[in-house]
Write a protein that binds this ligand. Structure first.
Ligand code: ASP
Length: 330
């Protein structure tokens, strides 16, 4: 099911001085599981992150700084599947991926398979600024973080009771289905609490620059060494001033196969489609047709924001200069 309402919002107004959208994952709790207290916690986490990014943009700061800071705020919030509170892999470890991209220069920083870097987004930004490389993974990435003085933490820092319980639930669910080991065939798991969810942000700044950033613990019960779409430039994260900035959340294997974020930009660049048309087509014709679940946030150079998803909901928030903030879940 696609959320058409969000595909169509915010596309008819004048270009704002700046605009920002963020997501906390397209795997939301079912309404039956969402208590008023939990909903208030999610909304306050989304609002806090939106405020951090808005403050930067309102003072004339860059889209790149805004999306980095928004994602760091969400990484530090244990409710979301990134940084502290990340999903756990089949061995019960948090293994983190992140990426950031600057739409003005097309510079990008992507990191994967991190175990000790407190804020993977800070490492991705550091890579974007200070390295000739785009993508570092595993030990080498953590050595780069150490050399740059980024905060390293013990592996237990990332663990939360909620994610430990969720991993047990997913394993029990797979066992009941007679499945072995990890989600070798990553079909959506039908249960109250889906096995994905991630965080990301996209922004347009005063100078007309776009940026995108995404960070995740990936899929619950993922195989050791598995890397999802989040740090794959063009799949889960992409930004280009000529078209749009995109951050995705969902079952990463499909986003990689569909090259989904870049697919939206390509529909705009080569097909002359609007961001709403491009995002809708990518979500329906690519992701949903392939059988994938998830959602995305995207923004174009005119500050139009779209936030479609084909899941039950997506934790999300947005704001444009001079307009009220929106914080939504379903
Ligand atoms: N897309 C992420 C991945 O597959 C997971 C997520 O969005 O929650 O690693």
């Amino acid at each position: 099911m696609v959320s058409w309402a969000d595909i169509l919002i915010m596309t008819s107004q004048e270009k704002p001085a700046y605009a920002l959208a963020l997501h906390g994952g397209a795997a939301v709790l079912a309404k039956s599981e969402m208590t008023a207290e939990r909903e208030a916690d999610y909304r306050s986490g989304l609002t806090a992150a939106l405020t951090v990014g808005h403050d930067i943009l309102a003072k004339g700061g860059s889209a790149l700084d805004a999306v980095e800071s928004v994602v760091v705020s969400l990484e530090d919030n244990p409710l979301f599947n990134a940084g502290k509170g990340a999903s756990l892999n089949v061995e019960g470890h948090a293994v983190l991926d992140a990426a950031i991209m600057d739409g003005a220069s097309l510079r990008a920083g992507a990191v994967a398979l991190l175990r000790h870097v407190r804020n993977p987004m800070k490492l991705a930004r550091c890579l974007l600024e200070e390295s000739c490389h785009v993508f570092l993974a595993g030990e080498g990435a953590e050595e780069f973080a150490k050399a740059r003085g980024l905060e390293l933490v013990p592996v237990d820092y990332f663990l939360t009771d909620y994610r430990i319980k969720h991993l047990q639930l997913v394993k029990a669910h797979l066992a009941a289905l007679g499945a072995q080991g990890t989600q070798a065939n990553p079909a959506p798991i039908v249960m109250e609490e889906p096995a994905f969810g991630t965080v990301g942000a996209v922004a347009l700044d005063h100078n007309g620059n776009l940026a995108a950033a995404t960070s995740t613990g990936g899929m619950t019960n993922k195989h050791g060494g598995r890397v999802g779409d989040t740090p794959v430039i063009g799949a889960g994260t992409y930004a280009n001033n000529e078209t749009c900035a995109v951050s995705a959340s969902g079952h990463g294997e499909w986003f990689i196969r569909a090259v989904l974020a870049y697919d939206i930009a390509a529909r705009m660049a080569y097909g002359g489609r609007s961001i709403a048309e491009a995002a809708e087509a990518a979500l329906i014709e690519r992701l949903t047709t392939l059988g994938g679940g998830g959602g995305l946030i995207a923004i174009d150079k005119r500050g139009h924001i779209v936030m479609p998803f084909n899941t039950l909901g997506m934790y999300r928030a947005s704001i444009r200069a001079g307009e009220a903030a929106r914080v939504e879940i379903y």
